[in-house]
Design a protein around this ligand. Structure first.
Ligand code: NAD
Length: 476
């Protein structure tokens, strides 16, 4: 087999019905740190998508009837494969996405993928008996849906694919995956490995550069796909929702976020600086539930700004394959341009504490901009990059209103030494998860999802698992 970590221009294959499928055309995937071509992904077409859906439909007929034990064992076998190939895939993620191997980078992503796979392997949806009396017995069953379409973004390509695929497969569905054209290679490789342990057709993958063939759009309207699990931006999620209507697809939409963090006056600024840093800048800030607006009480405002800026100045940034880097480049030009424009708008009004201007290529230094407020683009819009606005506040009610004054509602955080006080504030925040003294630390047993324009449905835990099923009640 080709060593895909070293093959600078290797062409990867789609996997349809258990077999590698090439396409007459392919598109290049480049390393954001160097601009080099990492590999080529197949330019799949509507016919490839139809073939993948047909294979998944055929596989569903038998996969949906397998035992719980068999499906749990298959998921654990996938976890073993991921573990055995963790270094190889981490390198591929770093090369196509840019995040460093170290820090909360691609090795961490692979660790998460394995942990989520194992946790989900142990989930199930047992029959619930709602009534068992002389008058009758009522049972609630959860049935798999059929073919699930998974559409993923470029920021955590493998972890998010795993979040979609494993609960689908574990609950008896079959899958067609479509990764982002910016980062398709690691997903193609992961699904190739899955196919070493799964029956043909259970998990398929198609890729395309969507300027030519928008397979995501075709998936959301496809009559033989029963559910779309989508992670990406809110505008694309809205398109998915519109085109899913005709076939009444089930939807889980994990969309954009603009998470607020509220720092209360009782914190120790130096003690929280590291936590604030990783909350905002994990994966160069390209994380849905990263801290994206930081509201700090006047009493500790200067001290928090200073402690955070001190921390930022000591964080090594460089090419992700360099073992010394913990921060890397922005993942692609489109995102770089967006971040740069928002940073410039912030710098024109606020006080730049660190960074501020673009570096070489797609590198952008970690940028803190103080003295901004709601209404400023860097506060109101999702930056999805290494630039954090800091906002001063004095009144608690006003800051809660400011945090909620945004169409998004993914996550939020409160930073305080008084946990009960923080929980009372949490109850007033309009978002799916509130962290206290941390931010963005999702875990496989805690349902995660957005409110407002951040989407609907949840992933993870029992509630996330159930979203891959329809309820069927049997009354006897
Ligand atoms: P995006 O919406 O541009 O793309 C996401 C996926 O949708 C890609 O695979 C893309 O090819 C596909 N796509 C494009 N057009 C489509 C269409 N018409 N129909 C269906 N699919 C289509 O998002 P992105 O830039 O890859 O990711 C960044 C965004 O994702 C950010 O807003 C971020 O907050 C969000 N995100 C959310 C979560 C979450 O869990 N809530 C997690 C990660 C990222």
């Amino acid at each position: 087999m080709l060593d895909k970590t070293d093959a600078a221009a290797a062409t990867f294959a789609m996997i349809i019905d258990g077999k590698p499928v090439a396409a007459p055309k392919s598109f290049a995937v480049t390393d954001p740190a160097t601009g080099e071509v990492v590999g080529h992904a197949p330019q799949g077409t509507a016919q490839d998508l139809d073939a993948a859906v047909a294979a998944a439909r055929r596989a569903f007929a038998t996969w949906s009837l397998t035992s719980e034990e068999e499906r749990a064992a298959a998921c654990n076998a996938i976890a073993d494969k991921l573990e055995q190939h963790a270094d190889e895939i981490a390198t591929l993620i770093t090369r196509e996405q840019g995040k460093p191997l170290n820090g909360l980078g691609s090795r961490f992503e692979m660790g998460g993928a394995v942990a989520w796979t194992r946790y989900t392997a142990a989930l199930s949806a047992p029959v619930e008996v709602l009534q068992d009396t002389p008058e009758g017995r009522v049972e609630l069953h959860r049935r798999p849906l059929g073919v699930v379409g998974s559409i993923t973004p470029w920021n955590w390509p493998v972890m998010i694919a795993i979040w979609h695929i494993i609960p689908a497969v574990r609950s008896g569905n079959t899958v067609v995956s479509k990764p982002s054209p910016y980062t398709p290679l690691s997903t193609l490789r992961v699904i190739e490995l899955m196919n070493e342990v799964l029956p043909a057709g259970v998990v398929n993958v198609v890729t395309a550069d969507e300027t030519e063939d928008n397979l995501g759009a075709l998936m959301s309207g496809h009559e033989d796909i029963r559910k779309i699990v989508f992670t990406g931006s809110t505008p694309t999620g809205q398109k998915v929702m519109r085109s899913a209507a005709d076939t009444m697809k089930r939807l889980t939409l994990e969309l954009g976020g603009n998470d607020a963090g509220i720092v209360l006056p009782d914190v120790d600024p130096k003690a929280i600086a590291e936590g604030l840093f990783w909350s905002a800048f994990i994966n160069m800030g390209q994380t849905c539930a990263a801290l994206k607006r930081l509201y700090v009480h006047d009493d500790v405002y200067d001290a928090v700004c200073e402690a955070l800026a001190d921390y930022v100045r000591n964080v090594p940034m460089g090419a992700g394959l360099d073992e010394g880097s913990v921060m890397g480049p922005i993942a692609n030009q489109m995102q770089f341009d967006k971040v740069k424009a928002l940073a410039e708008s912030g710098a024109a009004k606020g006080r730049v504490l660190t960074g501020g201007t673009a570096g070489e290529g797609l590198f952008f230094p970690v940028t803190l901009i103080a003295d901004l407020e709601n209404g400023d683009p860097l506060v109101d819009e999702e930056q999805f990059g290494p630039v954090l606005p800091i906002i001063r506040y004095t009144d608690l009610d006003a800051v809660i209103d400011a945090a909620n004054d945004n169409p998004n509602g993914l996550g939020g955080s409160v930073w305080s030494s008084d946990i009960e006080a923080a929980k009372r504030i949490a109850a007033r925040l309009e978002c799916g998860t509130v962290w206290i003294n941390k931010h963005g630390m999702i875990q496989p047993n805690a349902p995660f999802g957005g409110r407002k324009m951040s989407g609907f449905g949840v992933e993870f835990g029992k509630e996330g698992y159930q979203e891959y099923t329809d309820i069927q009640v049997i009354i006897a």
